[in-house]
Design a protein around this ligand. Structure first.
Ligand code: GCO
Length: 397
């Protein structure tokens, strides 16, 4: 069988990612939980116990290490750590310190996200990111979590997908995210940049921390003659946030699919295109578009793919998708782009912002017993991680 290999550098970060609200369960003090249970909510299904990772994180972390990964990205839940404004829960901080310790114990490098979509109810009630002092409150939250990060956390993501947050801010009940974001509110976009910078300033008081933010790259591809339209469409939704990362320690790229831009703007996927459980076009090279755009607009900030993955019931398509994506990552590296890692979204089948149906996970989770079962793709990707070698089977697509 004709086969060849792609080799990745020895210190490449290989792992997978999760977010607190999507996995922990019972995040009852968050704005999302409130929305899920609001009368007449448009949210299809509430998060409930999610994957019960608040209690089962040790099992998740041990499993990921066993599979062969060296990195785990997870988020701290602001709604648990600061349940009322100015009141910091030591117990919640201790919980996250235990997660960091659990990673170190099994040899996983923790990558910690400070804000992954959810905020405490009190923060939402006083205007969320539209409140004049929102950035300061986030900086204070960053200060509050320093004891967790001081335990040897090297990689910190401040705000996850600010381009989605800025779009969502004005539209509290919209289903989030769909990876073609609506037009962000420009003032909220500015506030998020400020929050990111203030948070980074706080983080810089710890030695050895590398911080950045993680952007939904949407691979806007113009039809011939639509380059200007694509630029006007893409700038406030993506490029603005990448430009704001100039000078950061890294930039997180989060890519899933592409968006073709025609004369009238974004087009739905072609009828005959293969689609994932999200309804998105199956398009593995999207991550390459994201990496190139990030590298160009940040003037060469090192890139980490902090999310990339596919929602599918067919695990063979997950392996095919990830093979295609890693090929695109490798290609970008051969062009001279400094890509330092690849984190698959997601470690677990989890709560996909309104539904458990789109299964992104490498690991299946039984919704009744919470039993974890790694899928073949988990073993496959763990092996790629361990060997730093991706085998391309040229007889198959
Ligand atoms: C995002 C978020 C994740 C999603 C994932 C799949 O990138 O939108 O960070 O929380 O679950 O992207 O939609």
């Amino acid at each position: 069988m004709p086969a060849n290999h792609l080799t990745f550098p020895a210190h490449f970060l290989w792992g997978s990612a999760t977010a607190a609200h999507q996995t922990e369960g019972n995040n009852v003090n968050s704005d999302w939980w409130a929305r899920e249970h609001a009368p007449g909510t448009s949210i299809h299904e509430p998060s409930g116990d999610a994957c019960d990772s608040y209690h089962r994180y040790g099992e998740d972390i041990a499993l990921l290490a066993d599979l062969g990964f060296n990195t785990y990205r997870f988020s701290l839940e602001w709604a648990r750590i600061e349940p009322e404004q100015g009141f910091v829960s030591r117990a919640a901080l201790d919980h996250y310190r235990r997660m960091v310790a659990a990673c170190h114990q099994v040899g996983l490098t923790p990558m910690v996200t400070l804000h992954h979509f959810t905020v405490p109810r009190w923060f939402a009630q006083r205007g969320g990111w539209q409140a004049p002092d929102a950035a300061d409150l986030f900086a204070r939250f960053t200060e509050a979590v320093l004891p967790v990060l001081a335990d040897g956390v090297e990689w910190v993501c401040t705000i996850n997908e600010p381009n989605g947050v800025a779009h969502d801010a004005g539209k509290a009940n919209e289903h989030l995210p769909n990876h073609v974001y609506g037009l962000p509110d420009p003032e909220v976009s500015q506030t998020l940049v400020l929050a990111h910078r203030e948070s980074r300033a706080v983080l810089s008081t710890l030695t050895g921390v590398k911080s950045g933010w993680t952007i939904a790259t949407q691979a806007f591809q113009p039809e011939p003659g639509c380059e200007e339209i694509a630029h006007t469409y893409g700038y406030p939704r993506e490029d603005f946030f990448l430009e704001a990362a100039r000078g950061d320690d890294f930039i997180g790229v989060q890519a899933y699919t592409r968006t073709i831009i025609g004369p009238d703007g974004p087009k739905p996927p072609r009828e005959d295109a293969e689609k994932t459980l999200m309804g998105w076009e199956y398009y593995p090279p999207a991550v390459g578009d994201g990496i190139r755009n990030a590298w160009k607009l940040t003037d060469g900030v090192p890139v980490i793919v902090t999310e990339n993955g596919i929602a599918t019931d067919d695990d063979r398509r997950r392996i095919a998708y990830t093979t295609g994506a890693l090929t695109a990552v490798h290609q970008a590296m051969t062009e001279g782009i400094d890509v330092q890692g690849y984190l698959y979204w997601s470690a677990l089948d989890n709560y996909e912002w309104g539904s458990f149906r789109p299964t992104f996970g490498l690991i299946a989770v039984d919704r009744q017993t919470f039993a974890r079962t790694p899928k073949p793709s988990a073993h496959w990707l763990g092996q790629v991680a361990k060997s730093g070698r991706l085998t391309l089977d040229t007889t198959r697509q």
